[in-house]
Ligand binder design. Structure first.
Ligand code: HEM
Ligand code: HEM
Length: 184
C-alpha cells in the first residue's frame, strides 16, 4: 500500500531547491540557460537519467517478485519521486523553446506525468499490502472491480505513451548531440 504522501513532499522540496538554483543562475548570468550549454545541458542529462530510472526500475522490481530487493511500495514511491523530479529538470533544460521534435518530447513528458498522477489516484483506491498485493474483502466487490478495470485501462494508455516518449527522446538526443555538440 502507498501510505501517506512522503514522496510528494520530497518531490516538492527538491523541486523548490532546483527552482532556487535555476533562479540564481538566471539572476547572475542575466540570461535563460541555453539547452546545449553546461547548466542547461546538465539539467537535461540528469533529468533524463531520472526519467529512465522511472521507466525501468519499478517494472524490474515488479517482475522479480523478490522481497529481498525492498518493498514494492518503496519502489513505487521512488518511481513517483524520480517521475516528478526528472521531468521537472528536463523542463528547465528546454530553455522554454518547444519547437519541432524536442517540443513533442516535452509534450509527451508532460502527458506522462499527468497520466502518472491519475494512475496514482486509481492505484490508491485498491487496498494492498506493502508489497503491492491486493487485499480482498476490505472494500465492496463492485467498487473494487471498477477500480481494477480502471487500472487496467490506465496501463494500456500509460505504457505506450512512455514508449513513444523514450523513442522520440532518444532521437532528440542523437540529433541534438550530432548537430549542436559534435558539429560545433
Ligand atoms: C525527455 C528528455 C528531454 C526533453 C523533453 C528535451 C527537450 C528539449 C527542448 C524543448 C529543447 C529546446 C529546443 C529548441 O531550442 O528549440 C532541447 C534542446 C537540446 N537538448 Fe534536449 N531534451 C531532453 C533530453 C536531452 C538530453 C538527455 C540531452 C543530451 C544528452 C539533450 C540535449 C539537447 C541539446 C544539446 C539541445 C540544444 C539544441 C540546440 O542548441 O539547438 N536533451 N531539448
Ligand atoms: C517520467 C515519468 C514516468 C514514466 C516514464 C513512468 C512510467 C511508468 C511505467 C512504464 C509503468 C508501468 C509499470 C509496470 O506495470 O511494469 C508505470 C506505472 C505507474 N506509475 Fe509511472 N511513470 C512516470 C511518472 C509517474 C508519476 C509522476 C506518477 C505519480 C504521480 C506515476 C505513478 C505510477 C503508478 C501509480 C503506476 C502503477 C503501478 C502499478 O500498477 O503497479 N508515474 N509508470
Amino acid at each position: 500500500m502507498l501510505r501517506g504522501n512522503k514522496e510528494l513532499w520530497w518531490a516538492l522540496g527538491v523541486g523548490i531547491l532546483i527552482t532556487a538554483v535555476y533562479g540564481a543562475v538566471v539572476f547572475f548570468t542575466r540570461e535563460i540557460p541555453a539547452a546545449g550549454e553546461l547548466f542547461g545541458h546538465g539539467l537535461g542529462i540528469i533529468g533524463f537519467i531520472m526519467m529512465l530510472m522511472t521507466e525501468v526500475l519499478y517494472s524490474m522490481r515488479k517482475r522479480t517478485r523478490n522481497a529481498r530487493w525492498g518493498r514494492m511500495s518503496s519502489w513505487l514511491q521512488f518511481h513517483i519521486f524520480t517521475g516528478l523530479i526528472g521531468p521537472f529538470m528536463v523542463l528547465f533544460h528546454s530553455s522554454w523553446k518547444f519547437n519541432g521534435l524536442a517540443g513533442a518530447v516535452t509534450l509527451l513528458t508532460i502527458i506522462i506525468v499527468f497520466s502518472g498522477v491519475v494512475g496514482r489516484y486509481i492505484y490508491t483506491r485498491i487496498p494492498r499490502t506493502t508489497d503491492g498485493l491486493e487485499i480482498e474483502g476490505s472494500v465492496s466487490e463492485a467498487s473494487l472491480r471498477q477500480a481494477r478495470q480502471l487500472m487496467a485501462l490506465w496501463h494500456t494508455v500509460h505504457i505506450p505513451i512512455g514508449m513513444a516518449l523514450f523513442i522520440s527522446a532518444f532521437i532528440h538526443i542523437g540529433a541534438a548531440l550530432y548537430y549542436s555538440t559534435f558539429l560545433k
